[in-house]
Design a protein around this ligand. Structure first.
Ligand SMILES: *Cc1c(COP(=O)(O)O)cnc(C)c1O
Length: 396
């Protein structure tokens, strides 16, 4: 059996997204900046896509900017807020220890330029209390950037409470909503979000395209200079097929948020319960406030990469944290942030589901993963020491 369970890394494009992409490649090839009718047809399509996306975020189409993906949107959001802060002499930025690297590395860059970055600790479930944000905000705070939901452990953060606190304190609030988009209802007005990042390939759209929502009151800084596309904030001829495809994929998932959750949550819980039957294992992330498709488990005495390779041989595509950290020997900063010791963090497995996964696939993983874990433990001398009582277990 083949099971794709790495939807937090990227998703398969939906049939509608593929069809839309091909349609615009074949038929609507004009440059939206051209004055002739072929160009204007593309310009018309572009404004339609902007309207669709704005509708599902609860904002104005004028507040939607197309980017090359989630990373660019995060970079532009944070750099823009920092520049606004700089003009007012404000150089303090609040974030969390377990953001995506697109956020953390942008903050590193700003810290080298004299910004003071305060990373709030998350608790053992990867949760932030809104009061932590309220307590951290100072006179000179120019930005709070906190992700909507974590990509590795699936914890959903109290975004609307944090948004309210930021609004009351007149601090710009950015959220990386790449993992939440299409899975949770987002409303930038109700939640007081000023800047928000999306990426199409995380919701069955194409790769290399994303969105930055920026509230009217937040002027953006260009990362790319050139033509006047995206109201002068992001130069370069628009990728019409990808933008149209993204809009069709977004509409499709947003219309199905409730039915997809109703389908996925029982499957996710079944998988979690099945895997936690393995002795000396633990769930990562919050049990209740959790993305519908996220399963993240630590198995003591396991090396994540070996687990992934053996699972791959059995047809299961999974991840041991975020794709960005694989290839490095450091354990995931997310697992360390929730207090997992290095040894345990190395033995993590993330299975991220989507609405295309079936119950048979879940059953297959409940059967296969424990087999592979047992096999790896049985060939480990360290594990034998623990079984013979010569060394302590870390997970009960
Ligand atoms: C995937 C991801 C990104 C990066 O998006 P790209 O479109 O791949 O650049 C940023 N943040 C989070 C939380 C993600 O999961």
């Amino acid at each position: 059996m083949k099971v794709y369970a790495d939807n937090a890394a990227t998703t398969k494009m939906s049939p509608i997204a593929i069809k839309t992409m091909v349609k615009y490649m074949e038929n609507v090839y004009g440059n939206p900046s051209s004055l002739h009718s072929v160009g204007q047809e593309a310009a018309e399509a572009l404004s339609q896509a902007r309207e669709t996306i704005a509708k599902y975020l609860g904002c104005s189409p004028k507040e939607i900017y197309f980017t090359s993906g989630g990373s660019e949107a995060d970079n532009q959001a944070i750099i823009s807020a920092a520049e606004i802060g700089l003009r007012k002499g404000k150089k303090h930025i609040i974030s969390t220890a377990f953001e995506h690297h697109a956020v953390l590395h942008t903050l590193d860059r700003l810290s080298k330029k004299g910004f003071e970055i305060e990373l709030l600790p998350v608790d053992e479930n990867g949760m932030i209390k809104p009061e932590q944000v309220a307590d951290a905000i100072r006179e000179d705070t120019c930005l709070v950037t906190i992700m909507y939901a974590n990509n590795e452990i699936g914890t959903i953060l109290p975004i609307s409470e944090i948004g309210k606190i930021c609004r009351e304190n007149c601090v710009i609030f950015h959220t990386d909503a790449v993992q939440a988009a299409g899975h949770l209802h987002i409303d930038v007005e109700k939640e007081n979000i000023d800047l928000l990042s999306l990426s199409a390939h995380k919701f069955h759209g194409p790769k290399g395209i994303g969105v930055l929502y920026a509230r009217k009151s937040v002027p953006l800084t260009n990362l790319i200079d050139g033509g006047a596309q995206e109201r002068g904030k992001r130069a370069g001829t628009e990728n019409i097929p990808a933008i149209m495809s993204m809009a069709s994929a977004f509409e499709e998932v947003c219309e199905k948020i409730d039915s997809n959750s109703d389908y996925l949550i029982p499957l996710r819980n079944k998988l979690i319960d099945g895997l936690l039957k393995v002795p000396h294992s633990a769930l990562n992330g919050d049990k209740e406030n959790r993305l519908p498709g996220n399963v993240s488990i630590c198995f003591e005495g396991i090396e994540g990469e070996s687990l992934l390779l053996l699972l791959d041989a059995k047809g299961v595509s999974a991840s041991s944290g975020s794709a960005c950290t694989s290839g490095s020997l450091d354990p995931s900063h997310v697992l360390l942030s929730i207090g997992r010791p290095h040894e345990i963090a190395h033995g993590s497995l993330r299975l991220s589901l989507c609405e295309y996964n079936t119950e048979e696939e879940i059953d297959y993983m409940i059967e296969t993963v424990p087999q592979v874990v047992n096999y790896l433990r049985n060939i480990s001398p360290l594990w034998k020491d623990k079984e013979k009582g010569r060394k302590e277990y870390i997970l009960k």
